[in-house]
Write a protein that binds this ligand. Structure first.
Ligand SMILES: Cc1cc2nc3c(=O)[nH]c(=O)nc-3n(C[C@H](O)[C@H](O)[C@H](O)COP(=O)(O)O)c2cc1C
Length: 382
């Protein structure tokens, strides 16, 4: 094994745990839970199969009924959901793995069909562009324009922050090693951060500090309920997915990352979705803890990033959909299964728990170990 590649297979301390290698499974919504948001046997098996990753970050999990955006996605606010997740975390730990739960509140991207008829909530009453194409593609939501959301009152903002804190408590009860706040991809924390979706003039909008206040209050509340090492954050600086836009993303995210660094959280997951400026080079130096990079990495580019000290961990999305034994394949430079986009958001075992390990794979169907993932665009991500 080359020196660069061996850098991927060294342990790392993140938060309250030590992970066995620098490979993370990126958080991925897959719609295989029950309609009540309870993880199923399929979820247990899917995550168990992938436990040789240093860290699994779960699919997005809603912290409250109002945070749900898609059918068959899991939650973490009822006893049945906690019990379901406990089965997942026990399976991952049984295989020697580690798992953080990603807390995802979709905010204005919900639909009354998902909310018992209620109007979705957002930082402000700003409807995502109804002509944007992403609501008609593979994203698992009703195929119609996003409705106009209702702006949260000050008291309601505090209530949502409490929901995030409570989800950290329940994550601990469910056996997770930590939680990751989904503050990327245009979901609720990013709706507060972004200048086009946050028009508030109170304590939660206006200046960079006030737009960042919601995310940082969630972090503080979750840390107070658990510990700094139990809490992580994912950011996709400058990405306009789901119709969020920032007038000055470098200023916004430089502030946010410095603030997260001061809080000593477990790690920062940073996604560079080709936004035209150097996300990693600009922001990584501002964060003192472990940095996980995500989006578009291959075996050699991941090894180089960790070996050169740019990143501490690399998260792989689509490569982990298709290769349950990705760590073994990368360690021994073995060929890869191809991911099937058509089954990313379907239900059932197909495309979820039936990808073979290397020894069982058809050699003719494999692609090179350095094959790049499909570029993530509004058409393919949740
Ligand atoms: C099917 C699918 C579902 C996704 N769902 C989520 C999600 O729930 N939370 C999240 O933060 N990112 C989500 N993403 C983005 C991935 O975490 C990752 O950032 C992206 O796939 C880029 O990595 P890759 O190029 O290695 O695939 C999803 C991506 C895919 C393909």
């Amino acid at each position: 094994m080359s020196e660069a590649l061996s850098a991927l297979f060294t342990p790392l301390r993140i938060g309250d745990i030590t992970v066995k290698n620098r490979l993370a499974m990126a958080p991925m919504t897959r719609q295989r839970s029950t309609l009540d948001g309870v993880p199923t046997d399929l979820n247990v098996e899917h995550y168990r199969q992938r436990a040789t990753a240093g860290l699994i970050v779960s699919e997005g999990i809603y912290p409250s009924a109002m945070g749900k955006g898609y059918l068959f996605t899991p939650g973490l606010h009822t006893d049945a959901q906690v019990t379901g997740w406990r089965r997942v975390t026990e399976a991952v730990h049984g295989e020697g793995g580690a798992i953080f739960g990603q807390i995802m509140h979709v905010g204005r991207l919900a639909d009354p069909l998902m909310l018992d008829g209620a109007q979705p909530i957002g930082a402000s009453a700003v409807q995502p562009d109804p002509t944007a194409r992403h609501y008609t593609v593979t994203c698992p939501r009703p195929k119609r324009p996003y409705p106009e959301p209702r702006a949260l009152s000050h008291a309601e903002v505090l209530g949502v922050i409490d929901d995030f804190a409570q989800s950290a408590v329940l994550a601990k009860r469910a056996g997770f090693d930590g939680v990751e706040i989904h503050a990327a991809s245009g979901y609720l924390p990013m709706q507060f951060l972004s200048t086009n979706s946050n028009l508030r003039t109170d304590a939660w909008g206006g200046s960079v500090e006030k737009r960042a206040a919601f995310l940082l209050a969630c972090v503080d509340a979750m840390v107070a309920a658990t510990s700094p090492g139990f809490v992580a954050v994912k950011l996709s600086p400058g990405w306009s997915f789901h119709n969020v836009f920032d007038d000055d993303p470098v200023a916004t995210y430089s502030y946010v990352v410095r603030q997260l660094s001061a809080r000593g959280i477990a790690y920062l997951e940073l996604g560079d979705y080709a936004v035209g400026w150097d996300v990693y080079g600009t922001l990584r130096p501002l964060f003192e803890g472990p940095a996980m990079f995500v989006a578009g990495f291959t075996q050699p580019t991941a090894a180089a990033a960790v070996h050169d000290g740019r990143a501490d961990m690399i998260a792989f999305g689509q490569a982990y959909i298709a290769n349950p034994d990705l760590a073994n394949r990368y360690e021994h430079s073995l060929k890869l299964n191809r991911p099937e986009v058509a089954t990313y958001y379907t239900q059932g075992a197909e495309g979820y728990t039936d990808y073979p390990v290397y020894a069982d794979a058809d050699p003719d169907a494999l692609q090179p170990v350095d094959a790049a993932p499909i570029p993530i665009s509004p058409a393919t991500t949740g």
